[in-house]
Design a protein around this ligand. Structure first.
Ligand code: ADP
Ligand code: MG
Length: 614
């Protein structure tokens, strides 16, 4: 970029000298113009020739080369140089703009760790994160990046997860806490037991995702590529006709019409469109990742602007997923035993319910007592503990196993427990609605979203209560995972042809729905792996307000894209007509072209400044 800048300046100085000073011999002026042209334009002429040999004849390099060399041919030396100069200024500007938005994505790339400190035989070695194995102990010093996911076994510190979540508040970390790669250790030295290999760690997944995002093209981008394919040859044909027809059939002045045709070629360069549209998407994706929103492709960024129906999972999505035990109703069994049995059964599950029960139990689980456990999505757990058959789950689970039980009608999620086919009591747990859930649903409904729907496997009473508080339009309760798939299929039929359906889930047992929806949004990418894979958009924090941000960003991107398309095409068409009928000069043509490109690019960069809801 620097080199190009210098070339432009040198060429510009020569150009000005040749313009201002009238040397005795006119050949000197012409010579200086030619040198100025070679300095700034040789690169373009070369590119044009190279592309011709590669079969890509009609590109912008070709247009510029033909137009400028043609200008020399008809004796318009200053024009030839000016066109090339301005074109290169535009190019310089473009690479600056691309660079800027690339940097915003690169700042995210900055989370890539260079090494991991590993302790071996009392010595600390720096190794490639790729070489660290699961179970290894790594040491992370203050100021270092966390290279792999793991559990802290020693030391307290605070970590900065801004690159992952967009959240600027540091998080306090103590032994026992899980820590994710990509965050930065701020204050203390910690030892971490690695739980995932580098390739499976959060940081690699995020980087893969961001690197591949721009390869998935939006419809608008595909349109532009197609457009340029047909557009350039058509323009060249028109330019040729512009010379041939008037001169041969109507006795027009050759030099006059060739000048018009050449100006026509200059304006016709579709640079503004070709560069600014992908740049807008690129900027949108970059801006989103800064906010902790990972968008897997321009196509999704484009699609989410036209969301008509938004479907939420309840637990962990609209609610915290942190259940608290409200009441323990034990029957012929000690209360503590009831909780213990439930915690043992839930031992291997990651479901929010399970985590809460384990937390309520609070003691170490002796895994040798557990013979088997099986999680039945949307129902609960079947396990063999201490040689006894244990069931922990909802009414469905007990009904399916023909176990008689007393129905509990309290508000809350009820976990029924049975041991050896005998009902032994229930545990009432309740979840909290997320703080920003209500505001988020309200602002979604104010935008062009027609329906906010909630799907849950939880009880009717709980589901309807939550939906009522949040102002959800439709709620379907007591659904098994395949029931959620069915409902989403039904809802997909309800939307208009252009409208989109987005599903927001936490990635726990809703991967099929994430994949089925037009746009699958997973929340809390910081936890569930399956979420990062199944979803099209991953919100790194659990806040519903991020959905509002995503839609806002998407709408802004699409607005900018549309503005740029309309603006560029209309200015082009206008100047094309003016130069064809001989009103606009080649100078104006260049100004129009470079000007449109620059304005379009500046406009595209605005997408980086979308405000957050919170
Ligand atoms: P949601 O649709 O709200 O995310 P899920 O489909 O994950 O809820 O679960 C639906 C219901 O299935 C829960 O409310 C609970 O009654 C039961 N359930 C699911 N997983 C478990 C589990 N690990 N332990 C006990 N009950 C469970
Ligand atoms: Mg769920």
């Amino acid at each position: 970029m620097k080199k190009k800048g210098i070339k432009i300046i040198v060429s510009l100085i020569l150009f000005l000298i040749a313009m201002i000073i009238n040397f005795d011999n006119e050949l000197i002026n012409k010579g200086i113009f030619i040198i100025a042209y070679i300095i700034v334009g040789l690169e373009i002429v070369r590119k044009a020739l190279r592309n011709i040999f590669r079969g890509k004849v009609f590109d912008e390099n070709f247009l510029m080369t033909v137009a400028t060399i043609g200008a020399f041919g008809i004796g318009e030396f200053p024009e030839a140089v000016a066109v090339m100069l301005f074109y290169q200024v535009g190019e310089l500007f473009q690479s600056y703009a691309v660079d800027k938005s690339r940097k915003s994505i690169a700042s995210l790339m900055d989370i890539r760790p260079d090494y991991a400190n590993i302790e071996k035989d009392g010595k600390v070695l720096k190794v490639d994160p790729d070489d660290v194995k699961i179970g290894d102990i790594i040491i992370i010093k203050p100021g270092e990046k966390v290279p792999l996911d793991g559990t802290v076994i020693e030391g307290n510190t605070s970590i900065d997860t801004k690159a992952l979540t967009g959240e600027s508040l540091p998080r306090e970390i103590a032994p026992g806490d899980e820590i994710l790669s990509g965050s930065i250790n701020i204050s203390g030295l910690i030892k971490v037991k690695v739980s995932k290999e580098y390739g499976e760690s959060t940081v690699s997944k995020i980087l893969d995702l961001v690197e591949n995002a721009s390869s998935k093209k939006s419809k608008s981008e595909n349109f532009i590529t197609k457009f340029a394919q047909y557009y350039t040859p058509i323009v060249v044909i028109i330019a040729v006709l512009l010379v041939v027809v008037p001169v041969i059939f109507f006795g027009g002045e050759f030099s006059d019409w060739i000048y018009r045709a050449l100006s026509f070629l200059v304006v016709s360069c579709p640079c503004a469109l070709v560069i600014s549209i992908p740049l807008s998407f690129f900027g949108g994706i970059g801006g989103a990742s800064k906010m902790g929103i990972l968008i897997k492709g321009s196509n999704y960024l484009e699609a989410i602007a036209s969301t008509e129906i938004i479907v939420f999972d309840k637990t962990g999505t609209l609610t915290e997923g942190i259940f608290e035990v409200q009441k323990v109703n034990a029957k012929d069994i000690d209360e503590n035993d009831l909780i213990e049995t439930a915690a043992y059964a839930e031992c291997y599950s990651n479901h929010p319910i399970s985590l809460s029960i384990k937390r309520a139990y609070g003691k170490q689980i002796d895994k040798s007592k557990i013979k088997s456990t099986e999680e039945l999505s949307g129902r609960g757990i079947v396990a063999i503990i201490n040689g006894k058959n244990v069931l922990v789950g909802n009414e469905k689970l007990l009904n399916e196993n023909n176990i008689e039980f007393e129905k509990n009608n309290d508000i809350g999620t009820i976990l029924y427990v049975a041991i050896d086919n005998k009902y032994v009591g229930n545990i009432v747990i309740a979840d909290k609605i997320k703080e920003d859930a209500k505001d988020s649903i309200m602002s979604l409904k104010k935008s062009n979203i027609k329906q906010a729907v909630m799907l849950t496997g939880d009880r009717k009473a709980v589901g309807e209560n939550v939906a009522g508080i949040l102002g959800i339009d439709k709620v379907y309760t007591e659904l098994l995972p395949d029931g959620k798939v069915e409902k989403v299929e039904e809802l997909l039929k309800e939307k208009s042809e252009k409208g989109k359906l987005a599903f927001v889930g936490d990635g726990i047992n809703d991967a099929p729905v994430l994949a089925l929806a037009d746009i699958g949004i997973a929340m809390g990418g910081l936890g569930a792996d399956s979420a990062i894979e199944a979803a099209d958009i991953v919100l790194m924090t659990d806040e519903p307000s991020k959905i509002v941000d995503t839609i806002r960003l998407s709408k802004k991107t699409m607005k900018i894209v549309k503005e740029n398309i309309i603006f560029a095409i209309s200015v082009k068409v206008l100047v094309l007509i003016l130069s064809a009928i001989g009103i606009s000069t080649m100078w104006e043509a260049v100004f129009a072209d470079v000007g449109v490109s620059i304005i379009a690019i500046l406009n595209a960069l605005r997408v980086l400044n979308v405000k957050k809801m919170k």
